[in-house]
Design a protein around this ligand. Structure first.
Ligand code: ZN
Length: 242
């Protein structure tokens, strides 16, 4: 997979590094040497992050995922090659999966421009990734929406497409929308956001039609509100239709 690992420059802002053994994170997961250490303050390895620090790990192989979960991460991004045990551990340890189905899809779709390195990593991975996702959905893993924007051909602002992918591969539309909104906000610690209710921060899309019947409607909102203000499009005149 393309590089999308932890950024050491964010460590000082409450983002923690995850050190994974690359062999254990190999796509085919042949190694038995997966190790993950969460580095506490002061650089000493210790089990588990300090309280209140969110730890994410971008992981593909089952062994790397299990090692990360055992080490106490909050989220697993990708989860490409999960087995039953890894899925079970996500549930029992209350770890959220961010499947990022967009990342391999974007590379697979841009075959002509993709680098050989990107293709080598992403081509055969895609089908396994989808299979892992389906199994996680079926097992009831908590899922938050994320696109892994920043990987090749994968740009910011395509969250609705990720929702479509999640629905296409086994999630109920309402669950996929919730994953990308309420659960995503909760996962990154945003309070009063991502839900449509009084007191919640008013970022929302106005859709003509029922996205639960066709989630692709989310790609073409009639209006976009941010902080309670319309920043794009216009709210339809509901009075007109009465
Ligand atoms: Zn990643």
């Amino acid at each position: 997979m393309p590089a999308c690992g932890p950024r050491t420059d964010q460590a000082g802002r409450g983002v923690h590094q995850v050190h994974g053994d690359r062999r254990g994170d190999d796509a085919r997961d042949r190694s038995s040497n997966a190790r993950v250490h969460l580095r506490g303050d002061g650089g000493t390895d210790r089990r588990g992050p300090p309280a209140g620090v969110h730890v994410a790990t971008h992981a593909h192989g089952a062994k790397g995922i299990k090692a990360a979960v055992e080490a106490g991460v909050d989220t697993v991004e990708h989860g490409t090659f999960m087995d039953e045990e890894a899925i079970e551990m996500l549930i029992t340890e209350d770890v959220t999966l961010v499947p990022t189905l967009s990342a391999p899809y974007r590379i697979a779709r841009n075959v002509e421009q993709a680098t050989k390195e990107s293709l080598r990593k992403s081509g055969p991975v895609y089908e396994h990734h989808i299979e892992s996702f389906k199994q996680a959905v079926e097992a009831g893993v908590r899922i938050a929406g994320g696109t892994d924007a920043g990987t090749p051909f994968n740009y910011h602002g395509t969250n609705s497409t990720e929702i479509s992918f999640m629905v296409e591969h086994g999630m109920d539309p309402i669950d996929a929308i919730t994953a990308m909104t309420g659960t995503a906000a909760e996962t990154i610690g945003l309070e009063d956001a991502g839900t449509l209710e009084a007191g919640s921060y008013a970022d929302l899309l106005v859709i003509e039609g029922d996205p639960l019947e066709d989630v692709s409607l989310l790609r073409e909102p009639t209006a976009v509100m941010k902080g309670g203000e319309v920043v794009a499009g216009a709210i339809p005149d509901l009075e007109r239709d009465r």
